[in-house]
Every structure is written in structure tokens, then in C-alpha cells.
Design a protein around this ligand. Structure first.
Ligand code: COI
Length: 332
């Protein structure tokens, strides 16, 4: 068996090399992203592994079919950048890594929130300039707040545990009820009810697609005055301009955004030479009421190792048995 792994970053490489040695399976490491051009390199391999944020070109899957390759394994969880019709048409099976470290993302939600509640951005900027005054950066305490967790999948549930550990009053919403969360009596009946009753709303939902947002002008008007939004899920869950305006007007107290609706091509790029042409992002970056980070909630050694190795394990499972516990069933 011979595998090819695309878009490999420096921090993933050793995990892939170690896996290859331990499993005695050849894995060709490619740093280029998977495109209509780079797929050529997969000729002669049995399976393609990849991760990227840019959309996957449908031609890739026509070519995979032509080369007799019928499995693609993603090193991440999100599949929103794949042309599913092209996979179905070419009989290509798909796996992802549904759980590489829910705790990494859940911990980051609280990390960002704590930084915002204690005005860390403003305080660090002041201290960097040798201004050691306290005021006006008086903080708020998490233990006195109601945290609304939207989405109670693995990440949402890990977040609930952590927020409860801090003594926050936690409420939750999900279309699908988890028995443990149900038993604790945390569920409210609707997303609206969650938004109305939360001092902090933390989003752990997948993308809702087609311009469907959870946080927008209308829903913000229902939220508590002074509430905070934390998003470590998907950028398109929020109409960011509406959120920005609400913070600027004082309706909301701030936001922690590790994902952003227009992040592709910006996050994980070095634009320090002045190439950032996104006025809204620029405004948020300079505003101490916004903690903005470039989609790094997942970015821990444990998570990266799991992404690199679980994707390869799933590929082997697919090639040996024709399916995998991480296969995503594509709607025909
Ligand atoms: C995903 O796994 O889909 C993520 O959002 C994390 C990604 C940046 C690797």
C-alpha cells in the first residue's frame, strides 16, 4: 500500500514520518495543497490524504477516478470545502477526523473568554508601552455569568465541563439532545431562548450553510445588553458586521473570534507587510473588545498528532476493508 499526503505543514511532518515507520507503509509527503495540477503526483498511489482551507477543485476527483484512487482522507473535521457531487460521481469515499481533541477547542473558548473578561488585550498593550495603570480595565468574573453553549457535540460537551468547573451557570441548546446534558437539565428549548438568557454565548455548531447565521442584527437585538459572543466553530455562523456594530454601539461587550467568515487566504498567512485588505477585520484587530486569533483553537500538539495519524489509520481501514468508522456517508 502506498499513500500520498498533501498540504503537510512542518509541524505535522514528523508525526506522519513516525506513523509511516511504525506501520511500515510508504507515505509520500507533499507540502503543496491538493489542486487540479498537484493531483498528478498521486498517480500510482492507493489513497490521498489532505488538509486545506481552500476549496477542493472538482477536477481533482475526476483525476483520482482516472488514476483508480477511490478514497480521500481528510486530516481535519470540516468538509464544507469539498464538492460532494464530484466525489459521488467518481465513487470516491471520504473520511475525516471527527474527534482529534475536543478539549483543545473547548479550552480555547474559555481561554479567549477569560482574556476578554479581564481586558487582557488592552492591559498587555498598555504594559508593552510601560503604562502600568489599572483603570479603566476592570474585569468581570466568569463564576457570576450564565454561559450559553450552542451545540452539544463533543466540543460543546467538553466546553460545558470546563465552564462548570469555573462556577459559571451553564445552559445549552442543540437540536439533538445528549443524554448526559439532558440529565443535568441544561437544555433550553430554542436557540432564541439561549441567546436571550446568556451573558456569554459560545458557538460549537457546524456551518449552517446558505447564509444562515446564528448571530446577526435580529438575534443580537434579543440578546442581553453587555453579552459576549465566543466563536471557535465556523466563521459563517456570524454576520460579522452586525456583531461589530453591536459592540461599537455598546449593545454587546465584546467578542472572541477564532474563526471569521472571510478568513480563507488570510488566517495562517503572514500579511505583516501590509497586505491586509479587509477593513472589518482590521477594525476588529485594533479594537480591544475583540480577541481575534487565526483559527488556532485546534492547534495543539495532541490535536495535530491525532489529525496526522487518525487520517492515515482511516485510510488503511478503508483500503483494507472498504469502509472505516470515520467514513462520511455521502448522500446519493
Ligand atoms: C477543522 O478540523 O475542520 C478545523 O476547523 C480545524 C482546522 C483549522 C484544521
Amino acid at each position: 500500500m502506498k499513500l500520498i499526503d498533501y498540504g503537510v505543514r512542518e509541524d505535522e511532518m514528523q508525526y506522519i514520518k513516525d506513523w509511516s515507520k511504525e506501520n511500515d507503509i510508504e507515505v509520500k509527503i507533499v507540502t503543496d495543497l491538493l489542486t487540479a495540477e498537484t493531483i498528478e503526483a498521486a498517480k500510482g498511489y492507493d489513497g490521498v490524504v489532505a488538509y486545506q482551507q481552500l476549496p477542493y477543485d472538482p477536477i481533482i476527483f475526476d483525476k483520482m477516478n482516472e488514476y483508480g484512487i477511490h478514497v480521500i482522507s481528510l486530516r481535519n473535521v470540516g468538509t464544507d470545502n469539498l464538492p460532494m457531487d464530484a466525489l459521488i460521481k467518481n465513487n470516491i469515499r471520504l473520511t475525516n477526523v471527527p474527534s482529534y481533541s475536543p478539549e483543545a477547542i473547548a479550552e480555547y473558548s474559555v481561554t479567549g473568554l477569560m482574556a476578554l473578561l479581564r481586558n487582557m488585550k488592552s492591559m498587555i498593550r498598555k504594559v508593552d508601552n510601560h503604562d502600568f495603570r489599572w483603570a479603566p480595565d476592570i474585569g468581570r468574573e466568569l463564576n457570576s455569568l450564565t454561559v450559553g453553549v450552542a451545540g452539544t457535540g463533543r466540543i460543546g460537551r467538553a466546553a460545558i465541563k470546563i465552564y462548570q468547573g469555573f462556577g459559571a451557570n451553564v445552559i445549552a441548546y442543540d437540536k439533538f439532545h445528549n443524554p448526559d446534558i439532558e440529565k443535568q437539565g441544561l437544555y433550553v428549548d430554542s436557540l432564541d431562548e439561549l441567546l436571550k438568557n446568556s451573558d456569554v454565548v459560545t458557538l460549537h455548531l457546524p456551518s449552517l450553510g446558505k447564509g444562515n447565521t446564528v448571530i446577526n442584527e435580529e438575534t443580537i437585538s434579543e440578546m442581553k445588553n453587555g453579552a459576549i459572543v465566543v466563536n471557535t466553530g465556523r466563521g459563517d455562523l456570524i454576520k460579522t458586521k452586525d456583531l461589530y456594530d453591536a459592540v461599537e454601539s455598546g449593545k454587546l461587550d465584546g467578542a472572541v473570534l477564532d474563526v471569521y467568515e472571510n478568513e480563507v487566504g488570510i488566517f495562517n498567512s503572514d500579511l505583516s507587510n501590509g497586505e491586509l485588505n479587509d477593513e472589518l477585520l482590521k477594525a476588529m484587530v485594533s479594537n480591544p473588545k475583540f480577541i481575534i486569533t487565526p483559527h488556532i483553537a485546534f492547534y495543539t500538539t495532541r490535536a495535530v498528532k491525532n489529525m496526522a495519524t487518525i487520517s492515515l489509520d482511516s485510510m488503511v481501514e478503508e483500503l483494507e476493508t472498504g469502509t472505516s468508522k470515520n467514513e462520511i456517508k455521502l448522500a446519493k
